[in-house]
Design a protein around this ligand. Structure first.
Ligand code: ATP
Ligand code: MG
Length: 246
């Protein structure tokens, strides 16, 4: 398997903090996989994502993308947060194309990418609406399309679906998995919901607050499970993961 991202001995100590938030953390992400990340609140999940996205420079160690050190924000690294700051004065299509406009892509290319993405996130009929007119789930789909417009090599999600109701979340899970299948993407998805981690992850990374322990990554036989297939074995697997988080 080809490594897309390598987190190598990553240490991050926030200015003024006495202890590092991340201590010598190692993690490999393979091209084309979905890795979900689960761990207690405050264990450093967002810190890890922000460092991988180039927003925070590591105190020690490094993060590589295709073998090259990530030194700052880069369009190759897409990020979707829970409260995506979409531009309220722009309509859906212009929100999705905004980054490409900033990168001086020509109009025809922007329009073609935006139209394709609108179709993929099923928002073609909303393309002229302002984002404040949309439901939370639709806004999340705009945010996903906006991240994908740059054709990034990896898309990272930080608790992106946590505020959505269960039905909307299930719809978004389907959108995510369909995009992953059709576009052969690599996703890094942080969640505090274990069922979501199991549904979406080819592998699951478990972060513990015990700094200095290697990050545990487990294979997931229940990837893309449908709710009617949940059985006692699934519950055992889930409980096993729960035990490792606490
Ligand atoms: N900008 C910052 N400056 C100083 N300390 C920070 C900063 N951001 C996070 N921290 C600290 O780093 C630790 C990890 O925070 P982080 O947000 O990465 O955790 P998390 O696992 O994402 O938590 P949650 O599940 O609640 O989102 C916490 O103790 C937090 O207080
Ligand atoms: Mg967080």
């Amino acid at each position: 398997m080809e490594k897309l991202i390598e987190v190598k001995n990553l240490t991050l100590t926030y200015p003024g903090a006495s202890e590092p938030t991340l201590k010598s953390l190692n993690l490999d992400i393979n091209r084309g996989e979905i890795i979900t990340v689960i761990g207690k609140s405050g264990c450093g999940k967002s810190t890890l994502l922000n460092t991988m996205a180039g927003y925070i420079p590591p105190t020690a160690g490094e993060v590589l993308l295709n073998g090259e050190v990530i030194t700052g924000p880069d369009w190759k690294l897409g990020v979707v947060f829970q409260n995506n700051a979409l531009y309220p004065w722009l309509n859906v299509a212009d929100n999705i194309g905004f980054g490409l406009k900033m990168r001086h892509f020509d109009k025809a290319e922007i329009q073609s990418r935006v139209d394709t993405l609108l179709d993929q996130v099923q928002l073609t009929d909303k393309k002229d609406d302002y984002v404040f007119e949309l439901s939370g789930g639709m806004r999340q789909r705009v945010a996903i399309a906006r991240a994908l417009a740059n054709q990034p090599q990896v898309v990272m999600f930080d608790e992106s679906f946590g505020a959505l109701d269960e039905f909307t979340r299930n719809d978004i899970h389907k959108v995510i998995l369909d995009l992953w299948k059709s576009l052969h993407l690599t996703f890094f998805i942080i969640t505090h919901d274990i069922d979501e981690a199991i549904k979406l992850g080819n592998r699951i990374a478990i972060m513990t607050p015990d700094k200095g322990l290697p990050m545990k990554v487990v294979d997931n036989p229940y990837f893309n499970i449908s709710s009617e297939d949940i059985d006692a074995n699934y519950m055992n697997y889930k409980n096993d993961i729960l035990k490792q988080i606490i």
